[in-house]
Design a binder for this molecule. Structure first.
Ligand code: NCD
Length: 498
C-alpha cells in the first residue's frame, strides 16, 4: 500500500521496509529542520491543508510535536487539547465529534483517546488519514516510530539488539507498540522488568512467541540493565488503574538511579517516552543528569518523524516507495462446509428422542456450550420445543459431546455464525420430515461481527456498551478457537465472548 491517504493507527500493519523508509526520510528531515532548510520540509505551502488535533487525554510531547510538525510542513491545525470546554463534556460520542471536523473540511485527524481501539474506529469511519497519538492502553504507533529512529541513531542498527523495557508493561501503550515493532527485525532480544502486577500482557507475549522473538522476564533491575543495550523505562500509568491500591503497591518497584546507570555498559542508553513523575520518579534526578539518558533526543525526534508521517499521508513525500506493504487481508466469508448426507434414519442418542417432523439438530457441541446457545438462540423465550444434553460419542465412548435439538426451527446465517464462534467444528443437521436433508460442519469464521451479545472482554475497548460509543464489536480469527478484537487487539477464547 502506498503511503498517500494512509492512516497510522497501529504498528502491526507496517512492514519492516515501510518502517525503514520512514526512518530514512526522518533523518533527512531532521537535518533540514536543524539547518532551517525550508525548501526540504515546507512541502504543503499554499495547499490549504488543515489537520484536526483532537486530544481527549493530556499530552505535552505528542500533541506539540505533531502541531509544530504540521506548521513546519505548511499545514494548519485546529482542535482541542483536553475535553474541558468541548461538547464531549456534554456527552457527545466520538463519532459525532469526528463528523464535525470532517464537515469543517479538515484533511486529517491527529487524535489521542482514552478508549482502546478509538483510532481504528476513526480510520474506518472517516475517509481522511488518522494519526493515533495513543488509544487507551492499546497502541502509540507514532511514538514507536520515533523510538525506533532513536534506537537506530544510538546503536546504528535495529537488528541483533537487546532492548530492556520496564516500569508499567501492563498499561503502558508505548511498550506494547515497541515490542510489536521490534519483532519485525532480526535477532532482537527483549528483557522485561516490572512489578508483578504490571507485567507485559499475555496477548503481547503470545505475539512475541509466535513471531520467534526471544524475551526474558527478569526479576532484578540490575540484571535487566546489564543484559540491555538500551533500556526503555516507562511511567506507572496511575490514571488507567481501576484502583489506587495497585498504584501504591507498584509505584516504586522499577526506579532507575545513577548507581544503575554507572553499572550499565559504556554505550548504554536510557530511553523513556516521558513524562517522568516528579513525586515518585521512575528515573531519579541524579540519574536524569547522566549522559546515558537519551530521552531528550528521543522526544526531539518526534518532530521530524511526525512531519514525515503527515507528509507521507498527504502524498507530499514518499510516492517513490516501492517496498513491501501488508496488503489488505483477504478474509473468507464462509464459515461452514457442506457434508454428504447419507440417507439413514436418525439415531436415538440415549434418551434424546429424534425430531419426527422438521427442525435442527446441533451436534458435536463442545460440552458446556448448549445452555449458552439456548440463551443466545432464545430457545426458551420463543417457546421452541427442544431437547438437549451431554452424551457419549459413538466413535469414542470416552469422549463427551453436547447436542441441542430444536423442533420447527431453521437457523439463520447470523445464528449459525454464532454457533460457529462458540463451538467451532460442531455440526448442524437440518431435519425435514424426520430425515436429515442437509448437514454442515462449522468453522470459526474469519470475521465475527453484527451478532448481538458479542462483547470484547477488554473493559477499556471502544466497543463495550458501557462507553456508549455505539461501535459494534468485531473479531478476527486468530487461531482455531482464538479471536482478536478488530479494534483493541485484545485476544480472547471464542467462548469468553458470549
Ligand atoms: C506516553 C503516553 O501518553 O502514552 N507519553 C508520550 O506520548 N510521550 C507515556 C505516558 O503518558 O506515561
Amino acid at each position: 500500500m502506498a503511503f498517500r491517504n494512509r492512516s497510522f493507527t497501529d504498528i502491526h500493519s507496517l512492514t519492516r521496509e515501510e518502517i525503514e523508509f520512514i526512518l530514512d526520510k526522518t533523518a533527512i528531515i531532521k537535518a533540514a529542520l536543524l539547518k532551517k532548510d525550508r525548501s526540504i520540509y515546507r512541502l504543503a505551502d499554499g495547499m490549504d491543508l488543515m489537520a484536526a488535533s483532537l486530544f481527549y487525554e493530556n499530552s505535552t510531547r505528542t500533541r506539540s510535536s505533531f502541531e509544530i510538525a504540521a506548521k513546519k510542513l505548511g499545514v494548519e491545525v485546529t482542535g482541542f487539547s483536553g475535553i474541558e470546554g468541548t461538547s464531549v463534556k456534554k456527552g457527545e460520542s466520538l463519532q459525532h465529534t469526528l463528523d464535525m471536523f470532517r464537515a469543517y473540511l479538515c484533511d486529517a485527524v491527529i487524535m489521542r483517546h482514552p478508549l482502546d481501539g478509538a483510532a481504528r474506529f476513526a480510520a474506518d469511519y472517516l475517509d481522511i488519514p488518522i494519526f493515533n497519538g495513543g488509544d487507551g492502553k492499546n497502541e502509540h504507533p507514532t511514538q514507536t516510530l520515533l523510538d525506533l529512529f532513536t534506537i537506530r541513531e544510538h546503536l546504528g542498527r535495529l537488528d541483533g539488539i537487546d532492548i530492556g523495557m520496564g516500569g508499567d508493561l501492563k498499561y503502558g501503550r508505548t511498550v506494547h507498540s515497541l515490542a510489536i515493532a521490534l519483532s519485525k527485525f532480526s535477532n532482537v532480544r527483549l528483557h522485561f522488568f516490572s512489578h508483578p502486577l504490571l507485567k507485559m500482557p499475555q496477548g503481547v507475549l503470545d505475539f512475541l512467541q509466535q513471531n520467534n522473538v526471544d524475551y526474558v522476564e527478569h526479576d532484578s533491575l540490575y540484571g535487566t540493565l546489564g543484559a540491555s543495550d538500551i533500556f526503555y523505562q516507562t511511567r506507572v500509568q496511575r490514571e488507567r488503574m481501576p484502583d489506587d491500591e495497585e498504584y501504591q503497591k507498584a509505584k516504586d518497584a522499577c526506579r532507575i538511579t545513577a548507581a544503575h546507570l554507572s553499572a550499565a555498559k559504556e554505550t548504554f542508553g536510557l530511553m523513556h517516552p516521558l513524562p517522568i513523575n516528579k513525586e515518585y520518579p521512575e528515573v531519579t534526578p541524579d540519574a536524569d543528569a547522566s549522559p546515558k539518558t537519551i530521552y531528550r533526543q528521543q522526544a526531539g525526534n518526534g518532530l521530524p518523524l511526525r512531519l514525515v508521517l503527515l507528509a507521507l499521508s498527504f502524498g507530499l513525500m514518499g510516492t517513490e516507495f516501492r517496498g513491501k506493504s501488508n496488503g489488505v487481508e483477504q478474509r473468507s466469508p464462509s464459515f461452514y462446509t457442506d457434508l454428504l448426507v447419507v440417507k439413514k434414519e436418525q439415531k436415538t442418542e440415549q434418551n434424546l428422542k429424534p425430531i419426527q417432523g422438521s427442525g435442527t439438530v446441533i451436534d458435536h457441541l463442545v460440552p458446556g456450550t448448549a445452555r449458552k446457545l439456548m440463551d443466545l438462540l432464545k430457545v426458551e423465550e420463543r417457546c421452541d420445543i427442544y431437547r438437549g444434553g451431554t452424551v457419549r460419542r459413538r466413535s469414542n465412548r470416552d469422549e463427551l459431546k453436547a447436542m441441542l435439538m430444536i423442533e420447527n426451527r431453521r437457523l439463520t446465517d447470523d445464528e449459525l455464525r454464532m454457533v460457529a464462534a462458540i463451538s467451532p467444528k460442531s455440526r448442524i443437521n437440518t431435519i425435514t420430515n424426520g430425515e436429515v436433508s442437509r448437514k454442515i460442519e462449522l468453522h470459526m469464521p474469519d470475521i465475527i461481527e453484527g451478532i448481538p451479545y458479542l462483547m470484547c472482554t477488554n473493559t477499556g475497548c471502544i466497543t463495550r456498551p458501557e462507553h456508549h460509543e455505539h461501535v459494534t464489536a468485531k473479531f478476527i480469527r486468530a487461531g482455531e478457537s482464538l479471536l482478536r478484537c478488530y479494534y483493541c487487539n485484545a485476544m480472547m477464547g471464542a467462548r469468553e465472548l458470549f
